[in-house]
Ligand binder design. Structure first.
Ligand SMILES: *[C@@H]1O[C@H](CO)[C@@H](O)[C@H](O)[C@H]1NC(C)=O
Ligand SMILES: *[C@@H]1O[C@H](CO)[C@@H](O)[C@H](O)[C@H]1NC(C)=O
Ligand SMILES: *[C@@H]1O[C@H](CO)[C@@H](O)[C@H](O)[C@H]1NC(C)=O
Ligand SMILES: *[C@@H]1O[C@H](CO)[C@@H](O)[C@H](O)[C@H]1NC(C)=O
Ligand SMILES: *[C@@H]1O[C@H](CO)[C@@H](O)[C@H](O)[C@H]1NC(C)=O
Ligand SMILES: *[C@@H]1O[C@H](CO)[C@@H](O)[C@H](O)[C@H]1NC(C)=O
Ligand SMILES: *[C@@H]1O[C@H](CO)[C@@H](O)[C@H](O)[C@H]1NC(C)=O
Ligand SMILES: *[C@@H]1O[C@H](CO)[C@@H](O)[C@H](O)[C@H]1NC(C)=O
Ligand SMILES: [Cu+2]
Length: 571
């Protein structure tokens, strides 16, 4: 168990030497490796919660294959679609410097890979270490199409902490007793909120608290006295999760593939899209301990899946009966915003950072829900016969359907998108107060915000209380950003700038904008392409909580987007 689980362990020694030898020939003077993988997207019968149904998987696995690379390595992943739905794969958190064509969101950087089609994603990991992941970025397929992407330090370089004895990816998922595509299709048709899930999972397994699940509960074997690196990934579709481990506290050392200033905690909160690396020392009496997770549900009066998923941390001394019932950890209440907030405020970079400045683009985006009238002649299932919507700065994002935004930009196709996404809300109001009904209806459109190469962007993300206030995990493609501050109520430039951490703010790709609150992030637009910014609750992206930045090329080849790959899927 020293190494991470990987399909390569099944390959014969001869094959291994063959690969190693050919890599040596290919890369005589470099430490970096090229990893080739085949992802076969396919329908797979899976039994969970006493029922069997077909889901879409990669290579028949749930979660999909764990990819292990080193900082500096290149990944070449051929995706073959043998399923019945369009699919794309997004490499969540990978910066994709100059390779926006490999980012994956459908109709943003590429057209989907249709059933029977294929596309090879090729990109290099540069300057990122820790835990990322990959997932489908088409409809709700990512409910079952996801896996870990582990980035080890470069060869001959170590971690900024003692080398862990063992390490495990711990991927939290969300499960429906249905094809998730039918769940979202029904919601889109009626305009109502989609059905909540039936279970959460850890590495694909719901665990002991669900019917028919005990025999397959995920077990993590640890040895007394050792240090273990647990790489948590929240791959759940719509739910932020509290996680706790019985009897053990952990030391957080990384998040979203950046190291963090270490801190100790007994509870974690991960929003969908976020990863957190923690060290756990096996210093308790040898026994079995539950790892448990359940929802952090910040919205009031909104239905959510209130079940609890578990896995077992098991000391492998063989010195206690395997039938010992594991002890259970304390999980915060579902609505414990104080715990969620104090956890996210503990994150910082390990040392002083050079904060990008001066700011060239001061942006203020409202993020929240809304309602649209029902289509004429239809009945809708949203509040009072409406249908749910969501928006940024009152624009409810609509994906193009004939060509991706990036291809339209590259080829100069007109009429696909506009470049007039507003830099601030079209109407100023008390965002977190009792918002007038006249403001609840956003405008559906496909708009991007243009950034010059090298622009220094400061972005205030302001939650609204329209329909319901909620913590929105906002994810930016193609970039990491510094989270300068977060707070509750309306952002007030006059008083809140004093709260900015301009010394060692954390670097992440997903920020949980507090319920009825705000967060401020900063980044340099040094990666040309079209980059989606969206809520990572898929129910909200379905309703339009997204926008895209169009970052222009800079000067010369090294500041320009690479040419499109020849096998880019046709529309
Ligand atoms: C959603 O839930 C309702 C009520 O339980 C059920 O009738 C319906 O079939 C469900 N729809 C889907 C797509 O799961
Ligand atoms: C387990 O099955 C029983 C009997 O069918 C049912 O009453 C109960 O609700 C189920 N529990 C869960 C957690 O699904
Ligand atoms: C979960 O919600 C159901 C109602 O939807 C309720 O009956 C049940 O008690 C709740 N369980 C927990 C653990 O809160
Ligand atoms: C959380 O929910 C409990 C009931 O489960 C309620 O008593 C309490 O007021 C809620 N707290 C907040 C902060 O909403
Ligand atoms: C629905 O209509 C009722 C009565 O007009 C109103 O009190 C309620 O606030 C409305 N709810 C929503 C979500 O629009
Ligand atoms: C919100 O404002 C509306 C009028 O705009 C008023 O009818 C309603 O009572 C207010 N609600 C609260 C909770 O203040
Ligand atoms: C959004 O735009 C619509 C249409 O112009 C308008 O009715 C609504 O008040 C706007 N809402 C906000 C929050 O700007
Ligand atoms: C699949 O993708 C094609 C474009 O490549 C599009 O025309 C079609 O509508 C998509 N199908 C679905 C069900 O979204
Ligand atoms: Cu959201």
């Amino acid at each position: 168990m020293e190494a991470l689980p990987s399909s390569s362990s099944r390959q014969s020694l001869l094959f291994f030497f063959l690969i190693a030898f050919s890599l040596l020939l290919l890369l005589p003077s470099s430490n970096a490796a090229v990893h080739y993988h085949d992802f076969i997207v396919q329908e797979t019968p899976v039994k969970k919660l006493c029922k069997t149904h077909n889901i879409i998987t990669v290579n028949g696995q749930l979660p999909g294959p764990t990819l292990v690379v080193r900082n500096g390595d290149t990944l070449v992943v051929k995706v073959v679609n043998r399923g019945q739905y369009n699919v794309t794969i997004h490499w969540h958190g990978v910066r994709q410097m100059r390779t926006a064509w490999a980012d994956g969101p459908e109709f943003v950087t590429q057209c989907p890979i249709r059933p029977g089609g294929h596309y090879t994603y090729k990109f290099t990991i540069k300057g990122q270490e820790g835990t990322l992941w990959w997932h489908a970025h088409s409809s709700w397929l990512r409910a079952t199409v996801y896996g870990a992407l582990i980035i080890l330090p470069e060869k001959d370089k170590g971690y900024p902490f003692a080398k862990p004895d063992r390490q495990f990816p711990i991927i939290l998922g969300e499960w429906w007793n249905r094809d998730p595509i039918s769940v979202v299709r029904q919601a889109t048709f009626t305009g109502a909120a989609p059905n909540v899930s039936d279970a959460f999972t850890i590495n694909g397994e719901p665990g002991d608290l669900y019917n028919c699940s005990s025999p397959t509960t995920t077990i993590f074997p640890i040895k007394q006295g050792t240090t273990n690196l647990l790489r948590f990934i929240n791959a759940a579709l719509n739910t932020e999760l509290f996680i706790s481990i019985a009897g053990h506290s952990v030391t957080v050392v990384g998040a979203d593939a950046s190291y963090t200033k270490p801190f100790t905690t007994s509870v974690l909160m991960l929003a969908p899209g976020q990863t957190t690396d923690v060290l756990l020392t096996a210093n308790q009496p040898p026994s079995r301990y539950y790892i448990a997770a359940h929802a952090y549900s910040s919205a009031q009066g909104v239905a959510f899946d209130n079940t609890t998923t578990t896995a077992i941390l098991q000391y492998d001394c063989g010195c206690f009966p395997k039938s010992n019932p594991p002890s259970f950890p304390l999980l915060p209440a579902f609505n414990d915003t104080n715990t969620a907030t104090s956890f996210s405020r503990k994150f910082a970079s390990p040392s002083t950072v050079q904060i990008p400045s001066p700011v060239t683009d001061n942006l203020f985006f409202t993020v929240g829900l809304g309602l649209l009238p029902c289509q004429p002649g239809r009945t809708c299932g949203g509040p009072n016969g409406t249908r749910f919507a969501a928006s940024i700065n009152n624009v409810s994002f609509v994906l193009p359907s004939a060509v991706s935004i990036l291809q339209a930009h590259e080829l100069g196709v007109n009429g696909v998108f506009n470049t007039d996404f507003p830099s601030s809300p079209p109407i100023q109001f008390d965002y977190t107060g009792n918002v007038s009904r006249a403001l609840w209806q956003p405008v559906p459109a496909t708009k991007v915000y243009k950034l010059k190469y090298g622009a220094v962007v400061e972005l205030v993300l302001q939650g609204t209380s329209i329909v319901t206030a909620e913590n929105h995990p906002i994810h930016l493609h193609g970039y990491d950003f510094y989270i300068l501050a977060e707070g509750f109520g309306n952002f007030n430039r006059a008083t809140d700038t004093a709260k900015f951490n301009l010394v060692n703010p954390p670097l992440r790709n997903t920020v949980g904008v507090p319920v009825n609150g705000w967060a401020v992030v900063r980044f340099v637009a040094d990666n040309p392409g079209v980059w989606l910014l969206h809520c990572h609750l898929d129910v909200h992206i379905t309703w339009g909580l997204a926008m895209a930045f169009l970052v222009e090329n800079g000067l010369g080849e090294l500041e320009a987007l690479e040419p499109p790959p020849l096998d880019l899927p046709p529309c």
